[in-house]
Design a binder for this molecule. Structure first.
Ligand SMILES: Cc1cc2nc3c(=O)[nH]c(=O)nc-3n(C[C@H](O)[C@H](O)[C@H](O)COP(=O)(O)OP(=O)(O)OC[C@H]3O[C@@H](n4cnc5c(N)ncnc54)[C@H](O)[C@@H]3O)c2cc1C
Length: 431
């Protein structure tokens, strides 16, 4: 079947999934002048919202935060999006260019965007309580946990990744006793080098989280009083609630069943193009090679990627290229400590460390002789949020600096940025 539309601004676009990436696609399409139909099909009861607050304020703030819609076009004068919530897309027919929903409806598309995100990886443990383990992905999950986190209660967190760490901090804020077990030898092993993991461990322990590394749960059973007995590697403990944060599984089954290549996510490029020119993917479900990342495809499960790739995907649908891409950016709040990550910190290189009064900024430079200037490739700011926009700017401007100068406490990052005026550009989008 060939598309009836020749003008990309009138293409009929269907978006499967109604999360953050889906919202970024729709908003950007409209901002770029697209006036064709956009249908967004989401399985949750609510339209697109931001998930980061779920493990932070949603668990620990006194009043439950409001959900801010990511798809409010009412004041922009742009055509609305046909948002259908509480519907499950069950099949994609790429030959007929239709998607099929569990209530029997079908939608035709000129361009399809798969923005189905992911789901929490589930645990199956010996004992009779695996079904009672709570995971944190949606507002319903956050509400379930929030209702159970009360002063004096005991929480077991399984998994020392970002969601586990944030849940542990939020619980400590409420006076909950927390044991966190992590099977690996350090925290956030998959995403940050050991030196950052050590900082995270110090933060957690300073907040009173009982972090146990190289540890796991051998058995989890229900107790007659409604609590849970957990056989941990060294001890036997009772808990009121068990939360696991052991990674995400991409919701790529629909795409795979339609014949699109998938490998831990829908394979696409940084702008969401799949092997089918009519089908795009973006956000947590997308697996792609980042232009500034290591060789190979990977998912970037972050707020920033949902925004950037969603927007890039919309432009690609309209036949426009995103002028330049930026380094990935991620943040996490561990209690009152803000952690931000730029780029892909390299586990084997030693970063330059700028440390001062509880703040630490670690900066990775490109390959060079020890005393030669090189460009910033990645950075981690721990409790130093003001450094991040400067480092992003330095990267965008392609600033080169040597390790010794960068480490100097007498020179602020701002002054290094100012000194560099006029050097070559990295060509980033300037985010
Ligand atoms: C608790 C939590 C805290 C986070 N904190 C941070 C943070 O501090 N910093 C940061 O950078 N990132 C954070 N993230 C990550 C960030 O929120 C995600 O990367 C982002 O939400 C991804 O957006 P997405 O649209 O790709 O996927 P999602 O937001 O998961 O949206 C996908 C949507 O598709 C729907 N869907 C799936 N299959 C179907 C189907 N067949 N039919 C219809 N609908 C379907 C799903 O129900 C879902 O609503 C956090 C994530 C979580 C869960």
């Amino acid at each position: 079947m060939t598309s009836q539309s020749t003008d990309p601004l009138t293409l009929r676009v269907v978006i499967v999934g109604a999360g953050q990436a889906a919202a970024a696609v729709a908003r950007t399409l409209r901002a770029e002048g697209h006036r064709g139909d956009i249908t967004m099909l989401g399985a949750e009861r609510v339209g697109p919202y931001e998930r980061p607050p779920l493990s932070k304020t949603w668990l620990s703030a006194e009043a439950l935060p409001e959900i801010a819609s990511l798809l409010d076009l009412s004041r922009s004068g742009q055509p609305e999006v046909d948002l259908r919530t509480g519907v499950n897309v069950t099949r994609i027919d790429r030959a007929l260019r239709t998607v099929h929903v569990d209530d029997g409806t079908e939608f035709r598309f000129d361009r399809l965007v798969i923005a189905t995100g992911g789901r929490a990886r589930r645990l199956e443990l010996p004992g009779d309580a695996s079904d009672d383990i709570t995971y944190l992905r949606t507002t319903d999950d956050a509400l379930h946990i929030r209702r159970r986190l009360k002063r004096g209660k005991r929480l077991l967190v399984i998994g020392g990744g970002w969601i586990g760490l944030e849940t542990a901090c939020s619980a400590r804020r409420l006076g909950v006793d927390v044991i966190l077990v992590e099977a690996g030898q350090r925290l956030c092993e998959r995403t940050v080098p050991a030196i950052v993991g050590e900082h995270l461990l110090r933060i957690q322990r300073s907040l009173g989280v009982d972090v146990r590394l190289s540890a796991g749960v051998d058995r989890l059973s229900k107790l007659p009083d409604g609590r849970y007995a957990a056989s941990l590697t060294d001890t036997q403990e009772a808990f009121d609630l068990v939360v696991a944060g052991v990674g995400m599984v991409a919701n790529d089954e629909l795409a795979a069943a339609s014949g699109l290549p998938c490998a831990g996510g829908v394979l696409c490029d940084v702008e969401g193009r799949t092997t089918d020119p009519h089908v795009f993917a973006c956000g947590d479900v997308a697996s792609f090679e980042h232009p500034f990342g290591p060789v190979g495809t990977r998912r970037l499960e972050s707020w920033d990627n949902a925004e950037q790739q969603g927007a890039a995907c919309a432009r690609a649908i309209l036949g426009k290229q995103t002028a330049a891409h930026s380094l990935p950016w991620f943040w996490s709040d561990q209690g009152d400590v803000n952690v931000q990550i730029l780029g892909f910190p390299n586990a084997t290189d030693t970063p330059v460390l700028r440390e001062d009064d509880g703040r630490a900024t670690l900066i990775w430079l490109g390959q060079c002789a020890i005393d030669e200037p090189a460009r910033i490739e990645a950075a981690v700011c721990i409790n130093a949020p003001a450094d991040m926009p400067i480092l992003r700017r330095m990267w965008q401007k392609g600033v080169s600096v040597d390790r010794h100068t960068l480490a100097s406490k007498d020179l602020s990052l701002k002054s290094l940025l100012q000194r560099s005026a006029g050097v070559g550009q990295n060509g980033s989008a300037g985010t």
